[in-house]
Design a protein around this ligand. Structure first.
Ligand code: AKG
Length: 358
């Protein structure tokens, strides 16, 4: 059975992504028809380069390099800041009462003034040990049009060629402000995603939906961090009532000391084709098609910040979606039990259309 899976991974790369698979780099924006024909309908990513002709013409690309501009414009805004002990929000972490197994931990979310948020993000960088947390402004929930509405005029409200091809405006527009420790673990979304970096760089690992078995999606108990300013400590508590979240088990960074053990736990991931690696620079846009698995890290600008805006457009729940669910429902490998990971459910059904999915 495994060789059939390998054929699938290979065939998708050959037929859809090219014989030397790499992500296309465009130097001029596609027309709506080109986007529809060559990318959207093929569920195929591309980067719109920041070459002289195409770099984003948004005022944001210059205005947002000035922290005092951001502080003045958002002086009366309250924003949601996500705090975690390590910078890995929405990710797997040792279970609070059974550290030999894992749970799915969500960040502590704090409402704060924009200026306090920026101070916290800057002060929780890798080389600043004064904070016991890492702060990441990444509320998602359409936060750019809500919490950061005062900045709206600095960016396009939508991506015109995508809006025309998709036939509707974005469902959500989000702002992401992180530092060198902010990291988003492997997952997929049920959205067509146009992701634009404004300052700093973002580093994506990408795998197509047909590589689903390489992610070892398992159900993990949901838990929530709470951070106490008084004790400056986190508490991680399981949600009550209990809830399970299907999430990707593979986390490529940092590769654990026992590399062989990690590879033997996730052989499809480590022995299969390498994920596509994309570095997105300021002024560039990535088209990240719906249901592609992505892992995201960042390199900040000289202030210590990476700022990005992304546009989530509704995906079509069509025949591709049905095939994907069918593929995901098939089991190809037995998880190793009793090795410290909560591989509890081999067959996942995934009918739910929440925005953030494993
Ligand atoms: O920038 C990030 O940290 C994550 C982005 C992401 O997951 C998304 O746009 O769906």
């Amino acid at each position: 059975m495994n060789s059939k899976l390998e054929n699938l991974w290979e065939e998708v790369r050959e037929l859809s992504l090219g014989t030397t698979p790499q992500i296309d780099r465009l130097h001029t924006p596609p027309t709506p028809l080109q986007f529809l024909r060559h990318y959207l309908s093929q569920n195929k990513p591309f980067i719109l380069s920041a070459s002289a002709a195409t770099t984003l013409q948004w005022p944001a690309t210059t205005l947002w390099t000035s922290t005092s501009y951001l502080l003045n414009t958002l002086s009366s805004s309250t924003v949601s800041l996500h705090l975690t002990p390590t910078g890995q929000a929405d990710s797997l972490t040792p279970h609070p009462s059974n550290p030999d197994s894992l749970c799915f931990a969500s960040a502590h979310v704090q409402s704060t003034s924009f200026s306090d948020a920026i101070d916290a993000i800057k002060a929780s960088r890798k080389n600043d040990s004064s904070k016991g947390f890492v702060a990441y402004a990444q509320q998602q929930n359409d936060c750019f049009r809500e919490e950061y509405g005062a900045l709206a005029r600095d960016c396009d409200s939508h991506i015109p060629w995508a809006t025309e091809a998709i036939g509707g405006l974005p469902e959500a527009v989000n702002l992401w402000i992180g530092n060198d420790l902010s990291e988003t673990s492997f997952h997929k979304d049920h959205y067509e995603n146009l992701y634009a970096v404004v300052t700093g760089e973002k580093h994506f690992l990408l795998l197509p939906p047909t590589d689903v078995h390489r992610m070892y999606i398992r159900e993990y108990p949901a838990a929530q961090y709470t951070y106490s300013e008084e004790s400056e400590e986190f508490e991680l508590k399981l949600e009550n009532p209990e809830r399970y979240v299907p999430w990707c088990s593979v986390n490529p960074y940092p590769l654990p000391k026992d590399k062989e053990k990690e590879i033997s736990k996730f052989p499809f991931y480590y022995n299969g084709p390498k994920p596509f690696e994309v570095t997105l620079k300021a002024g560039e846009i990535l088209y990240l098609p719906s249901m592609w698995f992505h892992h995201v890290r960042q390199t900040p600008d000289n202030r210590g910040l990476t700022i990005a805006v992304n546009y989530w457009y509704d995906m079509q729940f069509d025949i591709k979606y049905a095939y994907f669910n069918f593929l995901q429902s098939l089991s190809f490998c037995k998880p190793r039990l009793n090795d410290g990971d909560s591989f509890i459910n081999e067959n996942l059904s995934n009918g739910d259309k929440n925005h953030k999915e494993e």
